[in-house]
Design a protein around this ligand. Structure first.
Ligand code: GUN
Length: 301
């Protein structure tokens, strides 16, 4: 058996196109959704993310407000900026890039963001809404993962799902989303006993642990849908001295020979995160103005 390779890059491009169409419809009514992204410090990976977010925000026709603050910024100064963005009517969504420097309590900052503008879905109000099945903002990476699962299988009720990883950003919200789809969900983590055996029960396996190629082919149930959230840079001596490559948390070739569908790394979950951020910003703009959210999630036809 050879798995379907789930093309996250293409899905994300389609999602952005549908968002852009919706945004141009709103523009005719004088509504322009706005996203503020705050970066504190000079972490190179975060700088790349923030640049990509700003570019893609503008490409779909939204306003992008970028705030780059020095690594020495105080917690009080950042909380002051968040308060200003909360009060700014042109700002529909606020994202404070994580991680934050040591002197800043990230949880305090997350809780300072107006839940109605929390397009990351990290505020306890939105986490609680997800848990209780009330509409709110869902974290972008798990939302992207669910959309990719549903791109190959719409009805998930009764399936066994295993999420490897219990972070607040991915693992926990992913588990809640799958419970919301009536899956039977196991959250596995570093202390789980016999992880390979637990994974072998999964009709849907989501790996979000940050350990290169940890999930092997013989951990996969034949016919499973495998979603690989990992982005791990590892040495690639075959390409030359000092060269590196990006691999996921799943040993791709092994898993692809057992699964029915699998996301590649790169080009799977990664591109979905920013597309879902734009989707959430559109949702924020709609909710704040009492407009109906256009159906952008699924390809038509
Ligand atoms: N750092 C890595 N991923 C994310 C994300 O989805 N949101 C924020 N705010 N920071 C991140």
């Amino acid at each position: 058996m050879s798995a379907t390779i789930i093309d996250g890059k293409a899905y994300a491009a389609g999602l952005r196109t549908r968002i852009a169409e919706a945004v141009s419809g709103f523009a005719r009514q004088g509504v322009v959704p706005g996203l503020a992204v705050v970066l504190v410090g000079e972490d190179p990976a975060s700088q790349i993310y923030v640049r990509n977010k700003a570019r893609q925000t503008m490409e779909v026709g939204m306003s992008s407000f970028e705030h780059v603050l020095p690594a020495s910024t105080s917690e009080a100064a950042l909380l002051g900026l968040v308060a200003k963005l909360n009060a700014d009517p042109a700002v529909d969504g606020i994202l404070v890039q994580l991680p934050l420097p040591k002197q800043i309590d990230a949880q305090k900052v997350i809780e300072a963001i107006d839940p109605a503008k929390d397009v990351d879905g990290f505020h306890p109000i939105n986490a609680g809404k997800l848990m209780t099945g009330v509409p709110g903002f869902v974290s972008c990476t798990p939302l992207g993962c669910l959309l990719l699962v549903q791109s190959v299988r719409r009805e998930l009720a009764g399936l066994d799902a295993v999420v490897v990883g219990r972070s607040n950003i991915v693992g926990k919200p992913m588990a809640q989303l799958l419970v919301g789809q009536s899956c039977t969900v196991t959250v596995a983590h570093s202390r789980t006993r016999d992880l390979p055996e637990v994974c072998r029960r999964a009709d849907i396996l989501v790996a979000a642990v940050g350990r290169p190629e940890m999930v092997r082919g013989d951990w996969i149930k034949p016919g499973a849908i495998v979603i690989d959230v990992g982005i791990n840079r590892v040495p690639n001596p075959a390409a030359g001295e000092g060269k590196t490559k990006v691999v996921g948390d799943v040993a791709f070739a092994e898993a692809a020979s057992v699964a029915s569908a699998i996301t590649p790394v790169p080009g799977g979950v990664g591109p979905m995160t920013i597309a879902c951020l734009l989707r959430n910003t559109l949702q924020a703009a709609c909710v704040r103005r009492g407009l109906e959210m256009p159906p952008v999630d699924m390809a038509r036809g």
